[in-house]
Ligand binder design. Structure first.
Ligand code: DAH
Length: 339
């Protein structure tokens, strides 16, 4: 029996020393230590030997088992390392290989203009607020001095949902919400989507406005003029000339239309500005005292100015985009040009 054990030990050690891969290592383990393994079988045959020899033989078998187990364990570690090394050498990264170009996203031209307007107005002390796009007729028209039968309603081809609910046709509705929820003095701007039943190269059923409102004591036309001049120069450049023309809006008195020299020809006249040298940019004015009063603000004490550019129009002018619809088609080639 002792002879047999020693022989098996030597045989197993020889096989382990010659083993070069994990598969045959596992085969060796099964061959000697498995349930039906040679060493396991020897252990089972202990019952056939003399009682007095059993402890000695048992100890010998256990020693052999320990030795084989240890050797297998050490070899397994080495073989695992070998496998890993081989894998790593195959997966070597070639750092000289040219990289794939990662396309970087870009802020939409419209939102760039929004961001600029908001940044400039926040720096001037304005608070940014928003209002609902599905709005009551009251906020969009009536409280802005445009009653139901007012002809000025024709200027805005409005989507009505019911007699009293509509898709707001202007962000001026947020002026009313501000006047009714804030105590003067206050300065607010309100960016957002607006809707009108219009669609051509310069009109889209969904478009964007940026409403501004200042209410305080002694606010005058000079404040409106200087603030808007500052804002538009920031957007179009220091050398831009700003022009104020008389206009009409029911919610402002007096009302103005504001133009800037065409950024394409710097005022000389070109196709973009239809040879006028100017681009029409926004409506503005001194808040009609009637509008202040309707929202509970004492017009003897307070006055205000308001303005409301179409942001799509500003983005078109800044980027010299000939057709408004191009901004909403999301054609990658067009957007890349705007970078
Ligand atoms: N809401 C006007 C429009 O859509 C633009 C406008 C004019 C806004 C005068 C104003 C304003 O705040 O004071 O045509």
């Amino acid at each position: 029996m002792v002879e047999q054990i020693n022989q098996m030990r030597a045989e197993a050690n020889g096989k382990i020393d010659a083993c070069t891969n994990l598969k045959s290592l596992n085969d060796i383990r099964v061959e000697y230590l498995g349930k039906q393994g040679k060493l396991t079988n020897l252990l089972h045959s202990m019952k056939d030997i003399n009682k007095e020899d059993r402890p000695k033989v048992g100890q010998l078998i256990n020693l052999a088992r320990e030795e084989i187990e240890n050797k297998l364990k050490n070899l397994q570690i080495k073989l695992n390392e070998k496998v890993l090394e081989e894998k790593m050498s195959k997966e070597k990264i070639d750092i000289t290989e040219p990289s794939k170009i990662i396309e970087k996203g870009e802020i939409h031209p419209l939102h760039k203009v929004f961001d600029k307007l908001i940044d400039a107005c926040v720096a001037m002390g304005f608070t940014v607020i928003t209002g609902p796009e599905v709005e009551y007729d009251y906020y969009n028209f009536e409280a802005l001095n445009v009653p139901k039968d007012h002809p000025a309603r024709d200027m805005q081809d409005t989507f009505f949902i019911t007699d009293n609910i509509l898709l707001r046709s202007q962000t001026s509705s947020v002026q009313v919400r501000a006047m009714q929820s804030m105590k003067p003095p206050f300065k607010i701007v309100s960016p957002g989507r607006t809707y009108r039943a219009d669609s051509d190269a310069t009109h889209s059923p969904v478009f964007h406005q940026f409403e501004g409102l200042v209410v305080d004591e002694n606010v005058s036309m000079i404040d409106l003029k200087s603030m808007l001049t500052e804002l538009l120069k920031m957007l179009f450049g220091e050398n831009t000339q700003i022009r104020f023309r008389p206009s009409y809006f029911p919610f402002t008195e007096p009302s103005v239309e504001v133009d800037a020299t065409c950024p394409s020809c710097a005022g000389k006249g070109c196709r973009l500005c239809k040879n006028t040298g100017y681009m029409e940019l926004l409506g503005a004015g001194m808040v009609n005292p009637k509008v202040l009063e309707m929202s509970g603000i004492d017009s003897n004490k307070y006055s205000g100015f308001a303005f409301g550019p179409g942001v799509d129009r500003l983005a078109m002018v800044v980027n010299k985009i000939p057709d408004l619809r191009m901004m909403f088609e999301n054609d990658i080639k067009f957007l890349e040009q705007m970078k």
